[in-house]
Design a protein around this ligand. Structure first.
Ligand code: GDP
Ligand code: MG
Length: 161
């Protein structure tokens, strides 16, 4: 058996995924989790919570001046959401590809948004857009001790030698 910490750094890249309130209402949480699990990514943190404006102002600081920001805030505080941290090789880039285009009509079939979303204002999931953004966003949503370090036993089969 391996001790945690033996995984090379490139396998420890992390990203923040939010299953947004529309997806919780529509009972899509399990489906979203399943997609990342079956790809082989490792779940290292997860919680259901009601987000407040202070948290969302930080999370969406780049969008606060946009005309749609009040609508985005109302949407994101309309009910509970699920926040998760996923870990693995190129997880940020792969996750963005799995989530699909911001504009639901442009999102490819087979992506989460392409399969479950009709409109940009109800687009089911969030995923961090870069490794740096991910580190910052994980810090907004999780305490350091809420991330669970564990070693996955199938690593040789997921990544090769
Ligand atoms: P993402 O990284 O693909 O989620 O897209 P952005 O970072 O550009 O925008 C963040 C979120 O703001 C999107 O996922 C949408 O929920 C919301 N959003 C973006 N553009 C619009 C818009 O034109 N109208 C509304 N109502 N929401 C938007
Ligand atoms: Mg974004």
């Amino acid at each position: 058996p391996r001790c945690y910490g033996s995984a090379p750094p490139e396998l420890q890249e992390k990203t923040l995924v939010l299953v947004k309130p529309d997806a919780v209402q529509r009972r899509l949480v399990g489906n979203v989790i399943q997609r990342f699990e079956r790809r082989g990514f490792k779940l290292v943190a997860m919680k259901l919570l009601q987000a407040d404006q202070g948290l969302l102002d930080k999370h969406y600081q780049q969008l606060r001046q946009k005309p749609f920001y009040p609508a985005l805030l109302a949407y994101m505080t309309s009910g509970p959401l699920v926040a998760m941290v996923w870990e693995g090789y190129n997880v940020v880039r792969s996750t963005r590809a799995m989530v699909g285009d911001t504009d639901s009509a442009a999102a490819a079939a087979g992506t989460i948004r392409g399969d479950f979303s009709m409109h940009v204002s109800r687009n089911v999931v969030h995923a961090s857009d870069s490794v740096e953004t991910a580190q910052r966003e994980i810090g907004f949503w999780f305490q350091r001790d809420e991330l669970v370090a564990w070693e996955s036993g199938d690593r040789d089969y997921t990544y090769g030698p």
